[in-house]
Design a protein around this ligand. Structure first.
Ligand SMILES: Cc1cc2nc3c(=O)[nH]c(=O)nc-3n(C[C@H](O)[C@H](O)[C@H](O)COP(=O)(O)OP(=O)(O)OC[C@H]3O[C@@H](n4cnc5c(N)ncnc54)[C@H](O)[C@@H]3O)c2cc1C
Length: 406
């Protein structure tokens, strides 16, 4: 294989495909995506629950999520290949006075971002999830434009729209190295040959650390285990019911067709030191952790109504990556020009994918990217870091995912 492309995107998960799509949208169509597996969306993205939440603790993060929602809505309306976007809305439930105060603060951030949210009473919420017990709720925040999608459908839509504009996709091709001239990336090496390029984009998910190492960068992109369960079907759940977030119980839930999908953030997370395995190694398999999953069910019990003790049909699990500061790593490295990052998904890489792609385009082509976009640069780790501390901090991001102020 001897080839060239202006951009080579490494990794065909939600983030890599979101980046390819946003590059194409920006008129940059000389793009080649390389995915080492035989299909796109084969690794972490395939496991995601697909929740898309826009209520965030800063205006910038809210707007990034809003950008994703606007993109999903447009693709659903206009693309021949639909992302399966279900704009069900979401209900966020507070059980403590501190959480109620946080909801007022989040509502204020949402309004400043231009995102519609309302506080609902229990009766209104019960109208949307009839068999759930809302008595423990002290406040309920409703975001009507939230929802969920199936990651494989989203990736198919990105691929369709990007290909239509000229982007090329190759599966079954693993990246093994980089070619550099005077410190700048000039090509990507694969098992099948070298591809000359101007920019290489690292969207390799849990192998993002290893791809960065090949380019001479040390990045704290830490895989941390995440999982959720799906129960057997019920008589009354419907796929158009709103997504639920129960931050005091550290849980999220939605209807998966007629079944309940229930996931959460455990207090003692399990991480991998990415230096302990190689680029060519598969990710370590994950055993079902029944004590943690049973605890999700237990935490859900006060709300569960007729869903309590429902049998589990399937468990989904994977290694999304976390960074010590809980922020995405987006943009070109000033130490290795031409090496661009789109890693560190912090467990919202499917929902964030369109916004991440857009921020990547902004970081490269806007004369003056926003301070927020600049703050996501891989350069923030250039002074080095302590690995055990970075891994601990990355785990902590998962453990405190629904903590107040996260
Ligand atoms: C159980 C679970 C539930 C989740 N729920 C949600 C959710 O509700 N909402 C949400 O937004 N996010 C969720 N996430 C997180 C989400 O899955 C990730 O943020 C997202 O999938 C990251 O996408 P990615 O493209 O970076 O990674 P991946 O999907 O892993 O893609 C990276 C790709 O890079 C490829 N690759 C690696 N090395 C090479 C190489 N050398 N050459 C070529 N290709 C290579 C891999 O094969 C892989 O396909 C969840 C994750 C899990 C595990």
């Amino acid at each position: 294989m001897s080839d060239r492309a202006r951009f080579v995107v490494i990794g065909g998960g939600a983030i890599g495909c979101g980046v390819a799509f946003q590059l194409a949208e920006a008129g940059i169509t000389d793009v080649l995506m390389l995915e080492k597996e035989s299909t796109l969306c084969a690794v972490t993205s395939a496991q995601a629950a697909g929740l898309v939440g826009q209520v965030r603790s800063s205006v910038e993060r809210t707007r990034l999520a809003m950008w994703s929602v606007a993109t999903f809505s447009r693709l659903e309306r206009e693309s021949e290949v639909k992302p399966g976007w279900r704009q069900t809305g979401s209900l966020r439930i507070a059980q403590t006075p501190e959480r109620v105060r946080e909801f007022h603060h989040l509502a204020d951030i949402a309004r400043r971002s231009g995102l519609e949210v309302t506080l609902l009473d229990r009766e209104a919420a019960a109208g949307m999830w009839p068999e759930l017990d809302f008595r423990p709720a002290r406040a309920i925040l409703w975001c009507p434009s939230d929802g969920y999608l199936q990651p494989a459908d989203l990736v198919a839509a990105y691929r369709h729209e990007a290909s239509r504009r000229g982007v090329r996709f190759r599966t079954g091709v693993g990246v093994t190295g980089f070619r550099e001239e005077k410190g700048r990336i000039t090509g990507v090496e694969t098992e099948g040959g070298t591809i000359a390029c101007e920019y290489a984009v690292n969207a390799a998910g849990a192998h993002g650390y290893h791809i960065a190492r090949l380019a001479g960068l040390e990045l704290p992109v830490v895989p941390v285990r995440h999982h959720y369960l799906v129960t057997t079907p019920t008589d009354w759940l419907r796929p158009d019911m709103p997504v639920l977030r129960l931050p005091d119980a550290t849980l999220y839930a939605r209807a998966e067709m007629r079944a309940l999908l229930l996931g959460g953030w455990e207090p003692r997370a399990l991480s991998l030191d990415p230096r302990g395995f190689g680029l060519a190694d598969p990710l370590p398999p994950i055993e079902e952790d029944w004590p943690v999953l049973a605890n999700f069910m237990e935490q859900f019990r006060p709300f569960a109504g007729s869903l309590a003790d429902r049998p589990v049909r399937r468990v989904f699990t994977g290694w999304p990556t976390f960074t010590p500061d809980g922020r995405f790593v987006i943009g070109e490295s000033s130490r290795v020009p031409g090496f661009v990052c789109a890693v560190g998904c912090n467990a919202h890489g499917v929902s964030g994918s369109a916004g991440i792609g857009r921020h990547l385009v902004e970081s490269l082509f806007e004369k003056e990217p926003s301070p927020y976009v600049k703050s996501l640069s891989p350069d923030r780790f250039a002074r080095g870091f302590d690995w055990p501390e970075a891994e601990r901090a990355a785990r902590r991001v998962l453990e405190t995912y629904y903590a107040i102020g996260h």
